[in-house]
Structure formats: structure tokens, C-alpha cells
Design a protein around this ligand. Structure first.
Ligand code: IMP
Length: 429
């Protein structure tokens, strides 16, 4: 049975929520494998609206949710999210949610450091979500992180906190920020332990059983390929790998389990936070895209930067992300434009590139090379089949497919769950 992995193919906020929700209803298990509560999506089910950051979307569909070892977990945020959705009637218990015992925890000092560093950067700030994601991943690779399993070992937790605080308090004091006291941290963590530990287990074992039993697993990516710490627009990236391969290492399964990889891309492009965005629009067209697409961040409420679809960028995401097929979302936002542009490459200091080079200065200097297409008359909103799409809209999709070198296997034509055109089923063998 094929598994499916969903990743973003641009800079995040591509509308993964709707596609994940739609596929989650056909999966047995939904796994988050990277990122933290910097991610966020809104799921509308019946008359309930769920805002999820850390919880795998499948929970809303009554599926087992797993938070893998590759995720960084803020225990306070997680428990608050569980409480919030429970109050809405969703059942989140150790039967419906499992958390990797070897996942890294985000502690209050991580958010404090995230904030203090961004403040110190001033105008050069990265525009992080301020949730402590980067500092928590830094501690993980520096081998001083507190992990879920440490909550069950008070003595070793105490020793770990000594090392952690030596590092962080030195940094925080240097940045002129308040430092943290060990006793309080230890007390707080041990108070959280009985609430968190019932969810903890070696999830790799459960996933191995699921594989044996032929269960369908949906791996739910957060952020997107162009925010990948290796392949994205470094240093304006998040601190985890967001490519599909991470689904394996971030949950404890082999690479074969990743299955079909579905990349999600908007029919145009947006970005929150700082960093290069070659096809960005600063005129009323950009504003129109933002207004029609309701482009405000789910997590931070920040206004998103908007621009034309960058096919060179998505082609790069297809290659490095291992994307087999593309889900194109928000096509209806392009309805009624006389003219549409697609980025097909970059001119950088007089040289032509078909990809975005790795250097930060080159990326900042990248001028988009556009191809212009006629827009379409009529509406694509709510279309449920190709036959309902204007011919010119189909031409646009075909051109996207050619340029990104991947088929569009799913098309989303409105926020409504049913307004989706499925070209091929990612779960099919
Ligand atoms: P961090 O992940 O909070 O460290 O932020 C690093 C960069 O990733 C910033 O530009 C954020 O705006 C961006 N980012 C992080 N999570 C998301 C997301 O879920 N959607 C879009 N951008 C994100």
C-alpha cells in the first residue's frame, strides 16, 4: 500500500491544510515529522473551525496522530492546543495521539533567545515566528537538548539543565535579556511530565507494525522546500529539513516508507518573513493577489508578501524535494486577470539562471525573467472537473506542468473541501 508525503513547494502557506485534511480522511495514520508550532493551519469541518499548529490534522478525521522525533515540541503550547480542541469536542487521548519519546522539547528559554536575537539583528532580522524553533533545533544538534523521554528521568534532567543554562544564560545575558533559573525550570518541567508522558512512546515501533499491517500513512510536512535549512533561501529559512526525505528520518521509518510525494503550490506565490522573493510584486497587482487570496499568516497574523508563480523555483523544489506530483491551490485567485506572468528563470548581474543559485548575494540580486500569458474569462472557483475550467486556465496549468517538470495531480479551486479536481489518486498503488 502506498504511503503519501505532503510537502510545501514554495515558502509555506500553500494551502496544505485543505489537501492534508482531504487525504487524511483516506489514511489510517497521520504523522508530523519536522517543524514545530511555527506551522499552522485551519481546518473547517462542519460548523467547527480547528486551528492546529502541532497536532497532526488526521485527528480531526478520527485518525491516529503521531508526532515524530523530527518535530520540536513546546509542551506548554501542545497541551494548550489539546485543551483548546478538546473543548471543541475533539478527542485527543493517548489512544488517538502518540508522541516520539526522542523528540526535542522547546523550552521558554528558546523563545526568549529567538526574540532577543531577532531584536539584536534590528533591520537585518530574519522574521522568524519567534516561537523558539531555531534555538531548539540548535540545541538538538549541539547535543544538549531536553527531550520528551528526559521528563521521566528527573536526575538526568537536572544535570542536563545545568549544561543548557550555562549556554543559554551566557547568551541571554550577553544580549541584555533576562536569564532563567534552574529550580523553576526543573519544577515546571516535572509538573508537565505526568500530562505529557502518557502520550510518549517509541513511535518507530508503532510505525513498523503499521507498515507490516499495510496501513496507509500520511506524512504531513510543515513549512516548505524553499524554507528548508539546506535547500532553501539560506539564511532566510526555518531550522529543519522540509524535503520529503525528512519524513523518514523525522519519524523513524526507512526511506521507502515515504511513498508518493505530493508537493503543494499556490497558483501564484507568497512569503512571510524576510528573504529573497524574485517574483514579488510591489504594485497593485500584488495587493490584489493578497486581498483576493486573504494572505495573512495563520500563526502570526502577518501580511504575506505576494507575487507571480515562480516556475523556476517550483521546478527546483520538485527536484530537491522529490515531488512526484503537484497540488495546485488557489487557482481561483487568478480569475479575471487580463494578463498573468510566470517566472521562468533569473537574470543575476547579467547572467541567466534557470535555478536560484545558493549564494545569498546572488539570490538577493536575482531579477525574474517572466513569460506572459493571457488571463481567462469566467470563473474557476468551485470547479469540480476539468470540463468546468476555462480553456485558458487549462493552458496555464499545462504550461506550469511543462515548466516545473511535474504533473499537476490535484487542483484546488476554493477553500471548500469538495472543490477539488483529482487527476490521479496519490494513495493508489
Ligand atoms: P522560524 O521557523 O520561526 O525560525 O522562522 C524562519 C522563517 O520561516 C521565517 O521567515 C518564517 O516566517 C518562516 N516560517 C516558519 N514557519 C512557517 C510556516 O508555517 N509558513 C510560512 N512561513 C513559515
Amino acid at each position: 500500500m502506498a504511503n503519501v508525503t505532503i510537502i510545501g513547494a514554495q515558502w509555506g502557506d500553500e494551502g496544505k491544510g485543505k489537501v492534508v485534511d482531504w487525504l487524511a480522511s483516506r489514511a489510517d495514520i497521520v504523522v508530523r515529522f519536522q517543524g514545530g508550532h511555527n506551522a499552522g493551519h485551519t481546518l473547517v469541518v462542519g460548523n467547527q473551525t480547528y486551528k492546529l499548529s502541532l497536532l497532526p490534522s488526521g485527528l480531526v478525521r478520527g485518525k491516529l496522530g503521531i508526532i515524530g522525533n523530527g518535530v520540536v515540541i513546546d509542551p506548554v503550547a501542545l497541551l494548550a492546543e489539546i485543551e483548546r480542541v478538546s473543548a471543541q469536542g475533539l478527542k485527543v487521548t493517548p489512544e488517538t495521539l502518540r508522541i516520539a519519546d526522542n523528540a526535542t522539547l522547546i523550552l521558554p528559554l528558546h523563545a526568549a533567545l529567538d526574540g532577543a536575537r531577532e531584536a539584536a539583528r534590528g533591520a537585518k532580522k530574519l522574521g522568524t515566528t519567534g516561537r523558539g524553533i531555531g534555538p531548539a533545533y540548535e540545541d538538538k544538534v549541539a547535543r544538549r537538548a531536553v527531550r520528551v523521554c528526559d521528563l521521566a528521568e528527573p536526575d538526568s534532567l537536572s544535570t542536563k539543565l545545568d549544561e543548557l543554562l550555562l549556554h543559554h544564560n551566557t547568551l541571554l545575558a550577553g544580549l541584555g535579556a533576562p536569564t532563567f533559573a534552574k529550580d523553576k525550570m526543573l519544577r515546571d518541567l516535572l509538573a508537565l511530565a505526568p500530562r505529557l508522558l502518557p502520550f510518549a512512546e517509541p513511535v518507530w515501533e508503532r510505525l513498523a507494525v503499521a507498515k507490516r499491517d499495510g496501513e496507509r500513512i500520511l506524512f504531513e510536512g510543515a513549512q516548505a522546500v524553499m524554507l528548508d535549512v539546506d535547500h532553501g533561501t539560506y539564511p532566510f529559512v526555518t531550522s529543519s529539513n522540509t524535503v520529503a526525505g525528512t519524513a523518514a528520518s523525522g519519524s523513524g521509518v526507512g526511506p521507502g516508507a515515504v511513498g508518493r510525494v505530493l508537493g503543494i503550490a499556490k497558483a501564484y506565490c507568497t512569503r512571510v518573513g524576510a528573504g529573497p522573493f524574485p517574483t514579488e510584486l510591489f504594485d497593485e497587482t500584488g495587493q490584489k493577489l493578497g486581498e483576493r487570496g486573504h494572505e495573512f499568516g495563520t500563526v502570526t497574523g502577518r501580511k504575506r508578501r505576494c507575487g507571480w508563480f515562480d516556475a523556476a523555483l517550483v521546478r527546483q523544489a520538485v527536484k530537491v524535494g522529490g515531488i512526484d506530483g503537484l497540488a495546485l491551490t488557489k487557482l481561483d485567485v487568478l480569475d479575471g486577470f487580463d494578463e498573468l506572468k510566470i517566472g521562468v528563470g533569473y537574470s543575476i548581474n547579467g547572467e541567466i539562471f534557470r535555478h536560484l543559485p545558493a549564494g545569498a548575494a546572488a539570490q538577493a540580486a536575482a531579477e525574474p525573467i517572466f513569460e506572459t500569458m493571457k488571463g481567462w474569462e469566467g470563473s474557476t472557483r468551485g470547479a469540480k472537473s476539468w470540463a468546468q475550467l476555462p480553456a485558458q486556465a487549462i493552458k496555464y496549468i499545462k504550461r506550469v506542468e511543462e515548466l516545473v517538470e511535474a504533473p499537476v495531480t490535484l487542483l484546488s479551486t476554493s477553500p471548500e473541501r469538495d472543490d477539488t479536481i483529482l487527476v490521479s489518486d496519490p494513495f493508489a498503488d
